[in-house]
Ligand binder design. Structure first.
Ligand code: GLV
Length: 312
């Protein structure tokens, strides 16, 4: 009995308290049971405003309400259920001294590669034109694709940017990547830092933004940058809406300087009704789905990292 009591105290003392808090397209109700199954012996609950503090050690979050960090003051670790941590950094209540762990790939890189392949191939192989021709009842083969005329430039060469760059390179498009430091990736030319930014842009026709949003990258897709691309350029934004100066993009599309754009992220989400992107003939848009957080893969990664944290 004494051993039992002691082990209960020990167990209770060591139980790691986890709170789950998210908004947008991650419903914490759907994530609770699989997270519990992946982390037996942990106390996991969904965080709700107005409830007493869970005295949580770990928060697993996606775009959490700011009040979470005001109430949970004992956190030792924060897991972000996505790749970008910009939404967390916008919260004034985010504690300074708690490490943040974000998802690394977790099934997102392949989705982004698919997105880029789809958007690039649709415009370069003119499948958009063939769709129109079908509707008009036209049987009209168009000239074949010259891949050398479609140099791709990927901004941001982290896990996801690298996957996008390598996938397009395997389809024989000339691909370059730009990052803070030189990268050594087979089939991908590397450009690094501010010194090589303009050179990177001037060899690029298809610009794919995969950067994280920071003070340095905000509005990086602006008139000055986009005008440096090769003629008839195409822009894909899979980073964050605030990377792009939307009015600059619209002006360059309307003047014909840019051929088109595929946009997955916007400065305001959901994109407000009546925004010019909705019906723009040169814009293809999606509702921030280029890489969705996959429950099974994300939970496996978070659980493995929590166990690693517990092992020290
Ligand atoms: C999605 O936008 C993410 O950051 O994972």
């Amino acid at each position: 009995c004494a051993i039992f009591v002691l082990s209960c105290i020990f167990y209770d003392h060591n139980t790691v308290n986890i709170v789950l808090a998210s908004s947008d397209n991650i419903n914490p109700e759907d994530w609770l049971a699989p997270l519990e199954a992946a982390l037996p012996g942990h106390q996991i609950r969904i965080w709700q405003a107005g409830q007493a503090s869970a005295n949580a050690d770990i928060a697993v979050v996606w775009n959490p309400p700011p009040a979470l960090f005001e109430h949970e003051r004992a956190l030792r670790l924060i897991f972000n259920l996505g790749a970008g941590v910009d939404a967390l950094f916008r919260l004034p209540s985010l504690p300074d001294n708690v490490p943040i762990v974000r998802l690394e790939d977790a099934g997102m890189a392949v989705q982004m590669a698919e997105y880029a392949v789809h958007a690039l191939v649709r415009t370069a192989r003119q499948f958009d034109v063939y769709e129109d021709q079908q509707r008009q009842g036209l049987w009209r083969p168009l000239p074949s694709l010259d891949r050398t005329a479609w140099p791709v430039g990927v901004l941001g060469m982290g896990v996801m940017g690298a996957r996008v760059a390598q996938t397009l390179s395997m389809l024989d498009y000339p691909v370059a990547g730009w990052a803070r430091n030189t990268k050594n990736l087979a089939g991908v030319s590397s450009y690094a830092g501010a010194a090589q930014f303009n050179e990177f842009l001037s060899r690029t026709r298809v610009l794919i933004n995969m950067l994280p949003l920071t003070d340095e990258t905000r509005h990086i897709l602006c008139k000055d940058t986009l005008q440096r691309l090769l003629p008839d350029a195409y822009v894909m934004n899979m980073g964050r809406g605030a990377h792009l100066v939307e009015d600059d993009l619209l002006a360059l599309l309307d003047s014909g300087r840019l051929r088109g754009a595929s946009l997955d992220v916007f400065s305001g989400e959901p994109l407000p009704k009546g925004h010019p992107f909705w019906n723009h003939p040169r814009v293809t848009m999606t509702p921030h789905i280029s890489a969705m957080s996959l429950r099974r893969e994300s939970i496996a990664q978070v659980a493995a990292k929590i166990r690693g944290f517990e092992r020290g």
